[in-house]
Design a protein around this ligand. Structure first.
Ligand code: AMP
Length: 378
């Protein structure tokens, strides 16, 4: 079904966090109506949508009713149970399709898909029992990373394994969940590619982003990544291959490691917009959120060109530790752009907003957003 879904139609979003909020704002700018569905109320996305539907992802009746009222359903959160996308697909278009979510919401399925299709990943093993863990250590060696296969993000449910003597403790940390044991990648840097694909086969990728983490949470992203043009092209072609093989209609983010010898290794896929793509809002001709709208509505994709070197700094709840942040001090630099997500409770580690800026160089852009963030707590 390659017909365009035109402005004036209603886009349904499953999930209601900040990615849904920025998607809803982009959709409304393009003249669409927006309905969001999640179990919560007064959500970041619900605050800016036309309709905030509240229901469990397993409530088939409510989901069916929601799906009947929208022209297309897309996601801002991939851990929606498969049944939700199956029910929705009986009533409307679901983009990307449920099978894309199914593959990408569980690390073992995701890595198996990548490996079996010839995309580079680190060697891995499934770990259900103590014996599996010992066999994985024997096969893949140490150090390694043991992750829960499902529901992990921002380093949650993840342990580095250094020595045989750690095994009992790291196995216990799985708390009965299935794990994935991954050979440790001694990487030089982490990059990501956010790319879009439409039902009629258009493809567009944003410039490669380079990501720096602090305490396992994305801290700063900048673009263009400090890698050579051949490696950047290779990363984009890898993303193209993955979107095509998975049959993605919509957006998909590929998180990659660049090893010390200059090889690309795929770490993770996300079938949606991504925190590392937030700088596109102020630095690219088309934002990642507008691109998701265009992709799921089968409109021509927008230009992903970067207008200038750019950087993004995340604002976590930690910034509120000493009370209300000093917004005026941060915005004293008129080139800094503030994005807040409308979350009432600033918990430590919780993503509350971000700062974007462009500069004459990547270094200048990074300096601008990090200095503004420091002024918030001055
Ligand atoms: P993830 O939850 O898979 O995105 O992992 C969070 C972070 O942990 C990544 O951004 C990396 O910094 C690190 N990490 C994850 N997997 C590995 C690995 N196999 N080798 C080395 N570092 C890893």
């Amino acid at each position: 079904m390659n017909f365009p879904i035109l402005p004036g139609s209603t886009i349904g979003i499953l999930g209601s966090g900040q990615l849904g909020r920025m998607l809803a704002i982009a959709a409304r700018q393009l003249g669409y109506r927006v309905a969001v569905y999640s179990p919560d109320t007064d959500t970041p996305a619900g605050q800016v949508a036309d309709v905030e539907a509240v229901g469990d992802y397993l409530d088939e009746e409510r989901l069916a009713d929601f799906a009947q009222r929208v022209s297309v359903i897309t996601f801002e959160f991939e851990n929606v149970p498969s049944i939700a996308s199956e029910v929705a697909a009986r009533h409307t278009l679901v983009r990307p399709a449920g099978r894309v979510l199914h593959t990408t919401q569980e690390r073992l399925r995701e890595k198996t898909f990548l490996r079996d299709n010839g995309f580079p990943t680190t060697p891995f093993r499934e770990v259900k029992t103590h014996t599996d863990l010992h066999a994985a250590v024997r096969d893949l060696g140490l150090p390694a990373v043991l992750k829960t296969a499902s529901f992990g993000y921002d380093g949650k449910g993840q342990q580095k394994v250094y020595a045989q003597s750690d095994l009992a403790e790291v196995f216990a940390s799985l708390k009965g969940a299935t794990g994935i044991y991954e050979a440790f990648v001694d990487f030089e840097k982490e990059i990501s590619v956010v790319a879009a694909r439409t039902a009629d086969g258009q493809f567009a990728a944003f410039p490669v982003f380079e990501n720096r983490h602090a305490n396992h949470i994305l801290d700063v992203t900048f673009a263009p990544a400090a890698i050579g043009p051949h490696l950047a092209q290779e990363a984009v072609e890898l993303a193209r291959g993955i979107l095509e093989k998975l049959g993605v209609v919509g957006l998909l983010t590929v998180e990659l490691f660049v090893t010390k010898s200059g090889q690309l290794v795929v770490n993770e896929l996300a079938p949606r917009t991504h925190n590392s793509g937030h700088l596109t809002m102020d630095a690219c001709v088309t934002s990642q959120f507008e691109q998701q709208v265009r992709a799921v509505c089968c409109l021509p994709l927008g230009s992903t060109a970067l207008r200038a070197p750019a950087a993004m700094a995340n604002l976590l709840g930690d910034v509120w530790a000493k009370g209300e942040p000093n917004w005026a001090a941060a915005l004293a630099d008129p080139d800094v752009k503030l994005h807040l997500y409308g979350k009432a409770e600033p918990r430590v580690g919780r993503k509350m907003g971000h700062l974007n800026a462009c500069g004459l160089s990547v270094e200048a852009a990074i300096a601008r957003v990090t200095a503004a963030r420091e002024r918030l707590v001055s």
